[in-house]
Design a protein around this ligand. Sequence first.
Ligand SMILES: Cc1cc2nc3c(=O)[nH]c(=O)nc-3n(C[C@H](O)[C@H](O)[C@H](O)COP(=O)(O)OP(=O)(O)OC[C@H]3O[C@@H](n4cnc5c(N)ncnc54)[C@H](O)[C@@H]3O)c2cc1C
Length: 408
Amino acid sequence: MSLSPDVLVIGGGATGAGTARDLAMRGLDVTLIDRGGLCSGTSGRSHGLLHSGARYAEADPDGAAECLEENRILRRIAGACVGETGGLFVGLAADDEDYFEEKYAACTEVGIPAERMDPDVARELVPELAEDTERAFRVPDGVVYPSRLVAANALAAEEHGADVHPHAPAESVTVEGGSITAVDVGGEVDGTIRPEYVVNAAGAWAGEVASMARLDVDMQPTRGVMVSVEYDGLGPVLNRCRDPDDGDIVVPHDSEAVLGTTSVPVNDPDDYEQARWEIETSIEECAAMLPPVADAPVVREWWGVRPLYAPDETERGGRGISRGFFRLDHAPDGVDNAVSVVGGKLTTYRLMAEDTADLVCDRLGVDAECRTAERTLPAAADPDRLDEAVAAFDGQGPTDADVVETAD
Ligand SMILES: Cc1cc2nc3c(=O)[nH]c(=O)nc-3n(C[C@H](O)[C@H](O)[C@H](O)COP(=O)(O)OP(=O)(O)OC[C@H]3O[C@@H](n4cnc5c(N)ncnc54)[C@H](O)[C@@H]3O)c2cc1C
């Protein structure tokens, strides 16, 4: 392995693996490390909705447009890392009709192909949809299998010469003369890496990693729970069409439905309460859209922490805020060869990576275009090979544990 790469990427979730892929494809010598298996942070513990942008259309049209564009790109390049299920927004009797109309109009405005449908037609798609469904429209939501997606990005990075190291935590950082000169890495690397440039893609842990270089990245993570229940052949994603709230989304897998989620601030992304009420609320609220899930056997429950950047949270306040991302160049903070990339969504990881890689290339004087939107991910058409890569990177998260087949 190279102990003096051009770029060290800290954090092997979707953002870090995507950034490693992008930079390696532009010809840089890249090392990617994660303290656990790849995808062991938030990426592998998300709800797994490939957003069409509709959820954000009225509150954050720019963020919605980013989701739409990235959704289209991933459906083109990511093969078996995504599922093209489509999605429905449903308005129940208790929900505000004006909000439904506002959401529909906003989707049209953003360019999201939204197709109104009669509740009876919606029930042909989802026969067990709630009796009191009064309104519905269809959008191009989908499903993303994050373990496969992260593994495919890491494979691509490796194919372009990158070193990828799971179980290799960044433990300390040396800053000399306004630059990071060394990063001590434990675990399976157990050595000192002297990169030209450092990308901090540590998600909810980005504040901790930044503090090793005496930098401030003020994170305000929020936790959420997902509950996967037995449910055969749901078809589309179901979204409750109301002001964003707990238990608004049901994500279909072949023989499961993933119910969620909640949003509660936490102080420590490694040590937070997992409250029973969040599980119960998620089941109850999702059952308002799809009644049989109330009594369906629970297959697994898991929690994740959103890597939200605190200044954004404070400015916008609470739920319904943009899940937009932040690229924090640390040169103005006195460290001229580091960037942190935080916030965002799984759906927009490639765009986050592109934006970050643009800055790194600019700083290192590399003149190379981003090609990640055009190139198909390795093994995209070969689920077995993808699943072997998931196992090789120790990258299995709970979100797609029923989909990915790793030999145990
Ligand atoms: C409950 C919930 C539901 C969500 N649902 C969706 C959804 O349906 N659709 C969607 O698009 N988005 C969703 N998101 C958001 C999305 O999951 C995240 O924004 C995204 O996965 C973040 O990816 P990341 O790579 O930035 O962070 P992570 O995936 O957290 O990656 C950061 C990595 O850094 C590593 N790390 C930390 N410290 C160190 C260190 N010292 N050294 C080395 N490595 C380190 C961690 O182990 C981790 O793997 C959801 C989030 C939550 C919490």
